[in-house]
Design a protein around this ligand. Structure first.
Ligand code: SIN
Length: 538
């Protein structure tokens, strides 16, 4: 059921890109290089993206590597056997070219004294293969250079070049032959853009939780738009909790939390509890540099055991910390912490959605004209747990490909015939965040997930305002996530069931959507899992 709002403006575009982070801006650049002028729509301002806050970097071949075999092996191991191996190999192999294009676009990566690109190490990587910029400001540098590349300014909410800020997309409109455009809202009111191709590059869903590294706009919008347009989502139960997010008492629920990059551990910092005991001792051969799911679980269990809501990073012995990690240093200073003399209090927080809209490695969904790239998409690269710094790489590689593919449709003439606001349940955001944090975080069980299901069913029908559109997207994302998390009874990757049957037995991979994926669709207004062996409406 839909309600048609009063449309105040109408436009036409060959390609609409929703989201202005690494994937969206890379797609825009690729389309523009083919002579197609894309329209990039961003909800917030130029730097209100997850890309802006990414610290660690871009994972590509180490200096001494001549093939991606070891990077592939590390990615598959982190992914808990649920990666799509051909997609992994294809995306990682495209990494060096993507980095070369980023450098050509003006991205300045850090270099060593010998002038070669500097590389660090992060969790789950067997080699130092992470490129970085500005020490720990890699995402900010990508955002700066890519924005400049599409002619957009960095300050204010304004229309600049092909990027339009302060615009919320409410619906991707489709007909039998595919996408015909979007319904959006900006300072002029509701409007329609007729367009034959739409790329969703909306980022993640961290705002489902009280504590997240994601910006305020990470409200699962692309998932809701894709489901509404008839595309499938998968692997949403795999929400990656970053192990080391700066802990500040009383700050939960207060928006984005500052990250303490995994590269800090890569350079030798140690994770300890309040009595100085190592947190990951005996847990994994890679210790503090084990894959993130392992480290976050170890911290979760240690916090439960000690009755504390945080542990510590000891970086006091690291030389040149402030120069190597200026962003982390600034966050610590703002919280009154001096990393030279103080332990840094940290706790896990929601960081990355490993699942998303089902696409191939060119960003194509099952809906003609609808593409997805970056965190919102599920290409099969991450499986059950993303390997550190594979995401900016994926944004560069698949963003480029999606922009190129979508540009091929730009000449198709389409018309939006009817664009109504969807009627969806809306659960009040603080209530939803509290329930998701309590019952669908690092460790889950059936009883807790049922509590969230009940809450989701109690949502009032809306949405009526633009803010409620965001809450409705969060509600849809939570419903899809909790549905998949309930159906997956075993623990694997980021999804830990305290009541489950233990880790998955054998790796299962290799189709575009592996049989093990929880493929979720919206049918008759209800979320359901459509894998034959898992069919069951919520
Ligand atoms: C980090 O710097 O620890 C985050 C990098 C990532 O999420 O890949």
């Amino acid at each position: 059921m839909t309600t048609a709002p009063t449309v105040a403006w109408e436009e036409r575009a060959g390609l609409v890109i929703v989201g202005g982070g690494v994937a969206g801006l890379t797609a825009a650049r690729a389309a523009a290089s083919l002579g197609v002028s894309p329209l990039v729509l961003a909800k917030g301002g130029p730097t209100d993206t997850a890309t802006q806050y990414a610290q660690g970097g871009v994972a590509v071949l180490a200096d001494d590597e001549t093939s991606v075999d070891s990077h592939v092996a590390d990615t598959l191991a982190a992914g808990g056997g649920l990666c799509d191996e051909p997609a992994v190999r294809e995306i990682l192999a495209a990494g060096p070219d993507a980095v070369a294009r980023a450098v050509a676009a003006g991205v300045v990566f850090d270099r060593g004294p010998d002038g070669r690109l500097a590389r660090t190490r992060e969790g789950g990587h067997s080699r130092r293969r992470i490129l970085h910029a500005g020490g720990d400001a890699t995402g900010a540098e990508l955002q700066r250079a890519l924005l400049a590349g599409v002619g957009a300014g960095r300050t204010g909410i304004a229309t600049s070049g092909s990027v339009r800020f302060g615009t919320t997309v409410l619906r991707v409109v489709t007909e039998a032959a595919g996408v015909t455009g979007i319904l959006a809202h900006d300072s002029r009111g509701y409007g329609v853009i007729h367009a034959p191709a739409v790329i969703l590059a909306t980022g993640g869903l961290g705002q489902l939780y009280t504590s997240s590294t994601n910006p305020a706009g990470a409200t699962g919008d692309g998932l809701a738009l894709a489901l509404d347009a008839g595309a499938a989502v998968a692997d949403l139960e795999f929400v990656q909790f970053h192990p080391t997010v700066l802990y500040v008492p009383g700050a939960a629920g207060a928006g984005r939390r500052p990250l303490v990059s995994e590269a800090v551990r890569g350079e030798g910092a140690r994770l300890i509890d309040g009595s100085g005991r190592g947190v990951t001792d005996g847990v994994h051969p890679l210790g503090d540099l084990a894959p993130r799911d392992v480290v976050s679980r170890a911290i979760h269990h240690r916090m439960a055991e000690t009755g504390s809501d945080h542990v510590y990073l000891d970086a006091r012995h690291l030389d040149g910390f402030a120069e190597r990690f200026p962003t982390v240093t600034a966050s610590c200073r703002a919280a009154g912490i001096d990393s030279r003399s103080d332990l840094i209090p940290v706790a896990p927080a929601a960081h990355y959605s490993c699942g998303g809209v089902v696409t191939d490695t060119f960003g194509r969904t099952q809906v003609p004209g609808l593409y997805a790239a970056g965190e919102v998409a599920r290409t099969g690269l991450h499986g059950a747990n993303r390997l550190a710094s594979n995401s900016l790489l994926e944004g560069l590689v698949v963003g480029e490909r999606a922009g190129t593919e979508a540009a091929g449709r730009a000449g198709i003439r389409v018309t939006v015939r009817e664009a109504g606001l969807p009627h969806r349940p809306v659960v009040d955001r603080p209530t939803l965040q509290a329930a998701m944090t309590a019952h669908a975080s690092v460790v889950r069980d059936a009883a807790g997930l049922t509590v969230v299901h009940r809450l989701l069913e109690s949502g009032s029908v809306g949405p009526r305002t633009v803010h409620e559109i965001e809450d409705a997207a969060l509600t849809v994302a939570a419903t899809a996530l909790v549905t998949a998390a309930s159906a997956r009874r075993e623990s694997v990757g980021c999804h830990t069931r305290s009541d489950g049957a233990g880790p998955s037995p054998a790796p299962r991979r290799s189709e575009t959507v592996p049989p093990s994926s929880m493929t979720v669709r919206l049918r008759d207004g209800r979320i359901e899992i459509v894998q034959p062996q898992l069919t069951g409406a919520l």
